[in-house]
Design a protein around this ligand. Structure first.
Ligand code: FES
Length: 82
């Protein structure tokens, strides 16, 4: 099975708005997801400059932008993708 790719924005806006906590996402993933997800950091994804996308912090899950990202919201989105 291919992995779900999660990109965590570590640009300034997202970092200040809480992405720093998301850096530990890997630790908080439920055990059944740990080997199904690939996590990487990304410089500003450009979403913070586009008012269509809501509030920082942003991540993308398989390319789909998620605003106001929290660990729970990311996990839900990952489950949707699997
Ligand atoms: S700083 Fe995260 S999308 Fe711009």
């Amino acid at each position: 099975m291919s992995k779900v790719h999660v990109k965590i924005c570590v640009g300034t806006t997202c970092f200040v708005m809480g992405a720093s906590e998301l850096q530990d996402l890997e630790k908080f993933l439920p055990d059944d997801l740990k080997d199904k997800v690939e996590i990487s950091g990304a410089a500003c994804l450009g979403l913070c400059r586009d008012e269509n996308y809501g509030e920082a912090p942003f991540v993308t899950v398989d390319g789909e932008p998620l605003s106001n990202a929290t660990v729970n919201a990311i996990v839900d989105k990952i489950r949707e993708k699997l």
